[in-house]
Design a protein around this ligand. Structure first.
Ligand code: OAD
Length: 275
């Protein structure tokens, strides 16, 4: 059956399919939009859904956590509930299926903290969550304990404005005794390799046959660095988004192909040509 994709995309994907090097995917909030998880900068974005009298951007900081740990935890437990109420969509499922076929030629770098890629079946080893994951906690101190899944006994039905109770507070502790914190990248913190695979994400692009960017507006640092590095190294870009954005601009002049459309319509088609 004739693919609905343009010949330029089909040619790009055929070259990548025949290559032996990595196919790197970079996803943002747009891939989860059709699962009902609000994008960040869209009209319904999380940042416009405040938690009582705080603007969300003020809560997503280490400074806020240090001064108001209970309020920050309650907000993250509310966001975790919203993400757990969502389900992986056809785009997430197509990526999980593609990883089973490409194996170690597959890498998925995601900005999304909603955990939907892992729930769709992508592996933790090849899914680099460069902004963390709401379903994981880590030590708020400096002990070497790796991030761990949130205790299953903490409700995934946390209501908006629901305060942290003593029982939940006691569960949010590191094994070293320090308080636990959400395993997410805060606005007053920086990418690193240990928690967010900073260097690995850039190295993967350098070795890639193709970088496929889905549903991200280009407002964050590491994703844009990856795309510019791809351009500098002659790694073609395939960009999927309903709207033009800084990534789609990088496909001009032979840099790659921009597929204007939604993730659930286009990602399964693209994956099908990479088998
Ligand atoms: P944004 O909300 O900034 O951008 C969402 C992108 O998805 C836009 O380019 C939309 O056009 C696109 N989009 C919307 N619906 C789509 C659909 N159905 N299919 C495909 N694309 C669609 O989200 P991000 O670029 O991911 O960072 O930026 C989010 C990051 O910025 C977060 O990870 C957070 C925030 O600062 C940190 O928390 C560190």
């Amino acid at each position: 059956m004739q693919s609905p994709l343009p010949d330029s995309a089909i040619e790009l994907l055929e070259k990548a399919r025949q290559a032996t090097s990595l196919v790197v995917w970079l996803t943002g909030a747009g891939i989860s939009a059709e699962s009902g998880v609000p994008t960040f900068r869209g009209p319904e974005g999380f940042w416009t859904v405040g938690s009582r009298n705080f603007h969300p951007m003020e809560l997503a900081t280490r400074a806020a956590f240090d001064s108001l740990p209970d309020e920050v935890w309650a907000w993250y437990l509310y966001r975790r509930a919203a993400c757990r109420a969502a389900s992986p969509n056809p785009a997430h499922r197509a990526l999980a299926d593609l990883e089973t076929r490409l194996g170690d030629r597959f890498r998925l770098v995601t900005q999304n903290v909603d955990g939907l890629h892992l729930r769709a079946g992508n592996s933790l080893e090849r899914t680099w969550q460069i902004h963390g994951n709401l379903d994981f906690a880590r030590c708020s101190g400096s002990c070497p304990t790796l991030p761990w899944p949130m205790p299953a006994t903490i409700s995934i039905d946390w209501k908006k404005g629901q305060a942290l109770d003593e029982t939940t507070r006691d569960l949010l502790r590191c094994e070293c005794g320090a308080a636990a914190r959400p395993h997410v990248l805060w606005f007053d913190e920086y990418y690193d390799e240990e928690n967010f695979r900073f260097e690995s994400s850039l190295t993967a692009v350098e070795q890639a046959a193709l970088l496929i960017v889905v549903g991200t507006s280009g407002a964050t640092n590491l994703p844009m660095r990856m795309a510019h590095l791809a351009r500098a190294r002659g790694v073609p870009l395939l960009v999927i988004d309903p709207e033009p954005n800084p990534f789609s601009e990088l496909t001009a002049g032979g840099g790659g192909v921009f597929l204007r459309g939604t993730a659930s319509a286009l990602v399964p088609e693209v994956c099908g040509l990479l088998n």
